[in-house]
Every structure is written in structure tokens, then in C-alpha cells.
Design a protein around this ligand. Structure first.
Ligand SMILES: [Ca+2]
Length: 138
């Protein structure tokens, strides 16, 4: 059983997430997660149930259907090779995680979002988006 420390809340009985009100760049979003009372990092979403329940939380609890959210993936180091920045583990590619037309930004878009459609899309790191922090236990 997962126990979450405030400000994180349990999503889908799977992970402890917190979505601050700020819109900011990917790099500052990452820093903001680290500065929470219980430090976290931009979310790693490796599980399609977590992807789905996070989107449901965003849409139906927060009512933020038109927002993009930074999460913890990047292809800055090797264009086209997406990894979770915190662990270096690969980001799952294709269905059901990514939108069918994503990623499409090549070297201009090297950070990962959960976009308005609830699926992954690449984004330019200087875009000002909401973001999803995750408490981690390892
Ligand atoms: Ca890229």
C-alpha cells in the first residue's frame, strides 16, 4: 500500500503526485518539485493505468482539461532517445503512452509533456506549462 506525504496525493492507488499552480519551464518545474516540503521530482509515468488515472484527476478533479503538464522525460542527451531524467531508464514509446503524431519536435523539443489529450508529447523546455511532481521512495 502506498502512503503519500502532503502535499502529494495518491493517484490510482499507484503513485504520489502533486500538481502546483505555477506554469513554468521544464528546468524550473524540476527545481520546484525538489523544493517541496517533501522533495520530489518531475513524474515518471511508466504505467498506462497511472497515465489514465492521472489524466482523469487532472480533468475531473482539477478541471484543467486545456493544460499541458511537464513530466520527467527528456531526449536532450541523445535526440530521439527518451529517458526518465531521474533514473536514466527508457521512456516507453508508442501506444498507449504517446499521441500518434508525437514526438514531432526533433531537436527543438526535448522535454516530455502529458498534453491536453492525456498522452505524451515532446515540448520545448522553455514553454511555460503546469507540471506534475512525484514523491519517490527509492
Ligand atoms: Ca527531441
Amino acid at each position: 500500500m502506498v502512503i503519500c506525504n502532503p502535499p502529494y496525493i495518491l493517484i490510482g492507488n499507484l503513485s504520489c503526485l502533486h500538481i502546483p499552480e505555477l506554469k513554468t519551464s521544464w528546468t524550473r518545474a524540476k527545481r520546484e518539485c525538489a523544493l517541496l516540503d517533501v522533495p520530489g521530482d518531475l513524474a515518471i509515468i511508466n504505467d498506462c493505468s497511472l497515465l489514465r488515472t492521472t489524466k482523469e484527476y487532472i480533468d475531473y478533479v482539477l478541471g484543467l482539461t486545456d493544460e499541458n503538464f511537464w513530466i520527467g522525460g527528456t531526449d536532450t542527451d541523445t535526440e530521439g532517445t527518451w529517458v526518465w531524467e531521474r533514473t536514466g531508464e527508457p521512456v516507453p514509446m508508442g501506444v498507449p503512452f504517446w499521441h500518434p503524431y508525437q514526438p514531432d519536435g526533433d531537436a527543438d523539443e526535448n522535454k516530455l509533456t502529458m498534453a491536453t489529450h492525456g498522452l505524451f508529447a515532446d515540448g520545448n523546455e522553455n514553454e511555460l506549462y503546469r507540471f506534475i511532481c512525484q514523491e519517490y521512495s527509492d
